[in-house]
Design a protein around this ligand. Structure first.
Ligand code: AHG
Ligand code: MN
Ligand code: MN
Length: 344
C-alpha cells in the first residue's frame, strides 16, 4: 500500500519555543513578547475581516498627533496591542503612532521597549484593501535609576532585537525577525493558529516592480525623476519597462517587495520635506526585515538602521527593496546631486 506522508504543521507558538530552546540560558521573555503580539494580531485580524458588518469602519471623529484623521480600527488595534503587551510585565514602555508621548506600562523593571504602528494603511480600511500592523523591539539600556523616560527609546534601528509586521490581506500573514533571518506565518482561521510557511525568506537580488506615489512626481529631486524614467524605458535585456504597483499601505507594498523583489520608495518632496513615513515604527522595522532577507534600505544617503533618532515620531525618506534596485536608485540620486553641485 502507498505510504502517505503526513505534513507536519508548525505553529507560531511552537516555532518560537523551538527557537528559544536553541539558546540555552535564554529567559524566554522575548518569546513571550512575540506570542503576545501574535495574540493581538489574531484579534485585530478577526475585527478587520468582519469590519463591514460590525460598525467598526469609518472615522473615530478625531485627528491623531500628526493631524491625520483617526479611524476606529486604528484605535482598536492600538488598544489590543498595548493591552497584550501589558499582560506579561516584560515591556516597560510602548511608543505608538496613535499616542503623542510614551505609554509607560511599568514604573520599574520591564526589559523591552516596543514601537508600534498599530494599523498601517488607514486610508485603505474603508475600501477593503490590505492593511497591516508593524512592531519594533529594543532592549532598555540598564541604568541605576530604574525610571523609564523617552530618551531610553531613542536608539538607532541597528539595535532592534526583534521586528515584524502583520498583513491583513487576502490571508493574514505575520513576518518577524530576531536577527537570524525572516520567518513567515499564515493565519489558518479555521484553527486560529499562525502556521509557519517559510523559515528563511530571501528577497530576489533584483526585481522588476517599482512602487512609489507618482502623483508627487513634480516635487521630486532630479535624480529620482531620472530613475523612474529609467524604470519606464524599454530595454528587454534588463526586463524594462518595469511594472508600477502602489497599494498605499506600506506593509502590503513591502510584503510584495519581499516576495517578488523590486523597490519601494517614499522620498522627501516639497509637501513632505523630511519624507512622510516614520523612522521608528515604519522604516526601521521594515528595514530590519528586508535586510535580514538580503535586501537594502537607505534614506538616500545613509542606511536607515544607522540613523540616530532625535525624536520618537521623526520621519525619514526611504528607498528599500532588492539590493540591485536600491543601489541603482542611490547611484542616480548621487549623480544628479553632483551635477547640480557642479552647476551651482
Ligand atoms: P498610516 O496609515 O499608519 O498613517 O500609514 C500610511 C502610510 C503608509 O502605509 C503608506 O505607504 C503611505 O502612508 C501612503 O501615503 P500616500 O498616500 O502619501 O502615498
Ligand atoms: Mn503607517
Ligand atoms: Mn498607522
Amino acid at each position: 500500500m502507498e505510504k502517505r506522508s503526513v505534513e507536519r504543521l508548525v505553529t507560531l507558538e511552537e516555532f518560537i519555543i523551538q527557537a528559544q530552546n536553541r539558546f540555552p540560558g535564554a529567559t524566554g521573555e522575548l518569546s513571550q513578547l512575540l506570542r503576545d503580539i501574535g495574540l493581538a494580531a489574531k484579534i485585530i485580524s478577526r475585527e478587520v475581516n468582519k469590519a463591514g458588518i460590525t460598525n467598526i469602519l469609518g472615522d473615530q471623529g478625531e485627528e491623531n498627533i500628526h493631524g491625520e484623521s483617526v479611524k476606529k480600527l486604528d484605535v482598536f488595534a492600538d488598544h489590543q496591542l498595548i493591552s497584550a503587551l501589558k499582560r506579561s510585565l516584560i515591556t516597560c514602555m510602548v511608543i505608538s503612532e496613535e499616542n503623542e508621548g510614551i505609554v509607560q506600562l511599568r514604573s520599574h523593571g520591564g526589559k523591552y521597549i516596543v514601537y508600534l504602528d498599530p494599523l498601517d494603511g488607514s486610508s485603505n480600511i474603508d475600501v477593503n484593501v490590505s492593511i497591516g500592523s508593524i512592531f519594533s523591539v529594543y532592549m532598555r539600556e540598564p541604568r541605576y535609576d530604574s525610571k523609564v523616560n523617552e530618551s531610553d527609546a531613542l536608539q538607532p534601528g541597528k539595535r532592534q532585537v526583534a521586528a515584524g509586521y502583520v498583513l491583513y490581506g487576502s490571508s493574514t500573514t505575520l513576518a518577524y525577525t530576531t536577527g537570524l533571518g525572516v520567518s513567515l506565518f499564515t493565519l489558518d482561521p479555521s484553527i486560529g493558529e499562525f502556521i509557519l510557511c517559510n523559515r528563511n525568506v530571501q528577497i530576489p537580488e533584483k526585481g522588476t516592480i517599482y512602487s512609489i506615489n507618482e502623483g508627487s512626481y513634480n516635487s521630486w529631486e532630479e535624480g529620482l525623476k531620472r530613475y523612474i524614467k529609467y524604470c519606464q524605458e524599454e530595454d528587454p535585456e534588463s526586463n524594462r519597462p518595469y511594472s508600477a504597483r502602489y497599494i498605499g499601505s506600506m506593509v502590503a507594498d513591502i510584503h510584495r517587495t519581499l516576495i517578488k523583489g523590486g523597490i519601494f520608495i517614499y522620498p522627501h518632496s516639497k509637501r513632505y520635506p523630511e519624507g512622510k513615513l516614520r523612522l521608528m515604527y515604519e522604516c526601521n522595522p521594515l528595514s530590519f526585515i528586508i535586510e535580514q532577507a538580503g535586501g537594502r534600505a537607505s534614506n538616500g544617503e545613509v542606511r536607515i538602521m544607522d540613523i540616530y533618532p532625535d525624536a520618537i515620531h521623526q520621519r525619514t525618506p526611504i528607498y528599500i527593496g532588492s539590493p540591485e534596485n536600491v543601489t541603482r536608485v542611490l547611484d542616480f540620486l548621487k549623480e544628479f546631486k553632483e551635477e547640480e553641485f557642479l552647476m551651482s
